[in-house]
Design a protein around this ligand. Structure first.
Ligand code: BES
Ligand code: MN
Ligand code: ZN
Length: 502
């Protein structure tokens, strides 16, 4: 991720400058000053092109003494612009600077245009940080010469807005790192170890190893992990709401994540083609870790616990078999028809544990749970299931504000029938080719009781094979910004009274 700094007054001595104009070609004060110093070259450059569109960039080479290049960034739409669109413009700026092999640039203020300077700068910085993320851990020498955008210096960002944007971007980067790591490096124990340094942000981190899980009688989660030589574990992360926060006395919001570090399918093994993608079957757990980071980094006043279940789903002589019956921590017995429907088994115990230990005011779980949700929604939205309309609405709005779309799908008694088992309380699959994402969701619902709960099926959104506005190919970090926004809007200083109660 690039470094972002801010300066006031004297501009750092950097040979590339970014100046802003609007979609009608009106110049910011800085763009106008540069235009004058360059003998009108900025004006001619923007006059040359076709229609100016929000997010466009136009280069001016060697505009004046001491500058190698100016990049003119267009901000503005006839109908006005939202923060998300400014973040996307910041992202396209980062992509452009990287393509130009620029390693460092100064971004001049948009003062003089009809825009809030501080807000615009913070949003541009946010988009640039998010889009410039790169997972290059395993690229060895030779590739080091690859040009990298390293640093942007912004004129006049409010420090707190920049800190907040940086905290969230680091949370997203943390999630992307976890999701990108291969499964030989990131397995339950090593994943849990990587949560330890959240303590530096003031988060309490507790790791429950396999003995503790056995003691708790987490038969469903342990069954998923029993085919692997890498034992499963659960990580509990707790943010009490910062210094002297009244939030701690309140029941927390709980974030729960599926962390299957690799999903072979188990004995119900998956086909070889594309199986490597199942290294990111821990994307729900990764998003919970990134969201905890973002929430703590900005010292949120909310009381939030994150609980992730980590296991590796492998076929072996010790693996569970189709037809096995496991007893979950809640006592509900489950017939394991298909060992590849493992995420719901793991979450059954993590959800029950979370509810029993923390009595949370609400639970939001995130999981790469079903291929069926991709059939229904593609990669453009994650599936949302909830037992409270208001919670569903709040999450949908938070997602829309940050560009992480959610689309609600149904729960309901009629679907409960799909998971009836002949010999146990429930089975872990529904009916073939019928409402597969809902079958997963109604299964999970069995373990949350009456707690307000939402389930985000992120199988289609945790990873992208195409470049997106705020994420290049690979891990997206989907869920981190959404959860951070949801917490900021509804959970600061304890659960907010619902509109109907207020
Ligand atoms: N991790 C997969 C779901 C998945 C599929 C995520 C594709 C990302 C991309 C999950 O564990 C799984 O295998 N689900 C099965 C459930 C079925 C056996 C009921 C599925 O969707 O096929
Ligand atoms: Mn599976
Ligand atoms: Zn899975």
């Amino acid at each position: 991720m690039i470094e972002v700094r801010t300066f006031r007054g004297e501009r750092p001595d950097v040979r590339v400058v970014v100046v802003i104009v609007d979609h009608e070609g009106r110049m910011s004060d800085a763009a106008r000053a540069l235009d004058e110093a360059s003998g009108g070259r900025v004006g001619r450059a923007i006059g040359l092109g076709a229609k100016l569109e929000h997010g466009d960039t136009i280069d001016v080479v060697a505009p004046k003494e001491g500058l190698d290049r100016a990049v003119v960034l267009v901000l503005g739409k006839p109908a006005g612009i939202e923060r998300l669109q400014i973040e996307e413009a910041g992202a396209s700026l980062a992509v452009r600077l990287k393509a130009l092999k620029v390693s460092r640039a100064v971004v001049a203020s948009c003062k003089g245009l009809d825009l809030d300077e501080d807000d615009v700068a913070a949003a541009l910085a946010s988009g640039a940080m998010l889009r410039s993320y790169d997972f290059d851990t395993y690229k060895s020498a030779g590739d080091e010469a690859k040009p990298k955008l390293e640093r942007l210096d912004f004129e006049t960002i409010a420090e707190d807005a920049l800190d907040r944007a940086t905290g969230v971007a680091r949370g997203v980067a943390r999630t992307r790192d976890l999701v990108s790591e291969p499964a030989n490096v990131l397995y339950p124990e090593s994943f849990a170890e990587r949560c330890r340094d959240l303590e530096a942000l003031g988060i309490e981190v507790e790791i429950l190893g396999p003995e503790a899980l056995a003691e708790l009688k987490m038969g469903a989660l342990l069954g998923v992990g029993q085919g692997s030589v890498r034992p499963p574990c659960v990580v509990v992360m707790r943010w009490r709401g910062g210094d002297a926060s009244p939030a701690e006395a309140q029941a927390p919001l709980a974030l729960v994540g599926k962390g299957v570090c690799f999903d072979t399918g188990g004995i119900s093994i998956k086909p070889a083609a594309g199986m490597e993608e199942m290294k990111w079957d821990m994307g729900g757990a990764g998003a919970v870790v990134g969201a905890m980071h973002a929430i703590a980094a900005r010292r949120s006043g909310a009381h939030v616990v994150g609980v992730i279940g980590l296991a590796e789903n492998m076929p072996s002589g010790t693996a569970q078999r189709p037809g096995d019956v496991v007893t979950s921590m809640s006592g509900t017995t489950i017939e394991v028809i298909n060992t590849d429907a493992e995420g719901r088994l793991l979450l059954a115990d993590v959800l029950h544990y979370t509810r029993e230990r923390f009595a949370p005011s609400a639970i939001v779980d995130l999981a790469t749970l079903t291929g069926a949700v991709i059939v229904a929604l593609g990669h453009e939205n994650a599936g949302l299931f909830a037992n409270r309309d208001e919670l569903a609405q709040q999450l949908t709005e938070a997602g829309a504000a940050v560009g992480e779309g959610l689309w609600r799908l149904p729960l309901g008694a009629a679907y409960d029938k799909h998971i009836k088992s002949q010999i146990a309380d429930i089975k872990n699959v529904g009916r073939a080719r019928e409402a597969g994402a809902t079958a997963g969701a109604v299964f999970l619902q069995r373990f949350v009781g009456e707690t307000p709960w939402a389930h985000l099926d992120i199988a289609g959104t945790a990873w992208t094979s195409r470049d997106l506005p705020l994420a290049g190919k690979g891990a997206t970090g989907f869920g981190v910004r959404l959860l951070d926004r949801f917490v900021a809007d509804h959970w600061e200083n304890g659960p907010q009274p619902s509109r109907s109660e207020a």
